[in-house]
Write a new protein. Structure first.
Length: 366
């Protein structure tokens, strides 16, 4: 479980305590990790109000998860497109991306871009470039907004419904399902199985700093037919795995080498589950696929901001502690050897065959 690292401040040669800047050199090897920047007073360029609002929501972690973030971004882009007017001596297909680029940059400054957002933006760029230059501007904008709606419907909403059915069919009466943190698609699978009248229980494993599992726990235990649940933090995992039937986890991204990039702690859950011979099933839409390869969670990651740590801990004076460094990576990488199967809208896929996803989609996925 990631925790803030406290280092004892060494004395300098002059016998004085080093400055906070000098102390930060101890963690300079993590300086490439994505860190959100304050966006409330740093708006540069012609940024749409919808993008400014969304940037604040991203930076304050009020919108979390790959799916909610991507849907929110695409919805904001629809407003940007509808309010856009092509300058004279330009065409929409050539100039619109110039207008969208600073909007994207603003969102990235609020919080590093997810793989899902990058995939959606590439698809949007392709649609913009293919617009007929003779098309009436409002018709072109309406067409782009319709394409965005279709993308959200087909690649996220319908994909989740198919995954719900496929994974839900594997849940049987008497099963004990263990999940980690909160995944929107895993939540839907469990709620659907609950509505279908299946008698099972859920173990929700959680960790700081986000404590997302609390949100999932509330969702599962509310309503007329609450699901029997157990809530625990990561240290309790070994004692609970002995009674688990299946581990269901979500994913932030899926790489072509079969590795799963997900909330920090997922790799630990998968590793220990394999040691206890418990199958680990990853629920992931294909639009989260990246044709790149990732071998660890060190080359690319994101640090939880200080405000989030202060919100979920009792250490309210973190900012005034010059010898305290914040190191809370939000993601880790689970090697394919610890994953039993990945369930997507195109079916169950073994980790060794993840690279076949574009082929399964007719090579239309970028």
């Amino acid at each position: 479980m990631p925790v803030p690292t406290i280092t004892n401040p060494p004395l300098s040669t002059a016998g004085k305590l080093p400055t906070a800047k000098q102390l930060s050199h101890g963690l300079r090897i993590f300086s490439h990790f994505g860190q959100p920047k304050p966006v409330g007073h740093s708006v540069k360029g012609n940024i749409h109000p919808a993008i400014i609002r969304l940037g604040l929501l991203f930076s304050e972690f009020k919108i979390c998860g790959a799916n909610p973030r991507c849907i929110a971004m695409l919805t904001a882009f629809k407003q940007v497109i509808q309010d856009y007017t092509t300058p004279s001596h330009n065409t929409l297909s050539r100039h619109l991306m110039t207008h969208l680029s600073p909007q994207i940059t603003h969102l990235v400054s609020a919080r590093p871009m997810s793989v899902t957002m990058g995939n959606a933006i590439r698809e949007l760029k392709l649609e913009i470039s293919s617009i007929d230059i003779d098309m009436i501007e409002q018709d072109a904008k309406d067409s782009l907004c319709l394409k965005i709606d279709n993308y959200i419907r087909d690649r996220i909403i319908i994909a989740d419904e198919v995954i719900q059915e496929l994974a839900g069919n594997k849940i049987k009466d008497g099963d004990v399902i263990l999940t980690y943190a909160k995944s929107s698609v895993v939540e839907k699978i469990l709620l659907t199985a609950q509505e279908d009248g299946k008698k099972f229980s859920v173990i929700v494993i959680d960790s700081k700093p986000l404590l997302e599992g609390k949100v999932l726990l509330k969702s599962l235990t509310s309503g007329p037919n609450p699901t029997p649940c157990t809530y625990a933090l990561l240290p309790a995992l070994p004692s609970l795995l002995t009674q688990v039937s299946t581990v269901l986890v979500g994913a932030h991204a899926l790489f072509s080498n079969g590795a799963v990039y997900s909330r920090a702690g997922t790799a630990m859950v998968a590793t220990m589950a394999k040691a206890y011979s418990v199958p680990v099933v990853v629920c992931c839409e294909t639009y989260k696929f990246s044709d790149g390869i990732m071998v660890d969670g060190f080359t690319k990651n994101e640090l939880a901001p200080l405000s989030v740590i202060q919100k979920n801990t009792k250490l309210h004076d973190l900012s005034s502690a010059p010898n305290l460094e914040n190191l809370n990576p939000l993601y880790d990488l689970t090697p394919p050897t610890y994953i039993t199967a990945v369930v997507t809208e195109v079916g169950f896929i073994p980790p060794s065959s993840i690279g076949s996803i574009p082929l399964a989609l007719g090579k239309t996925f970028l």
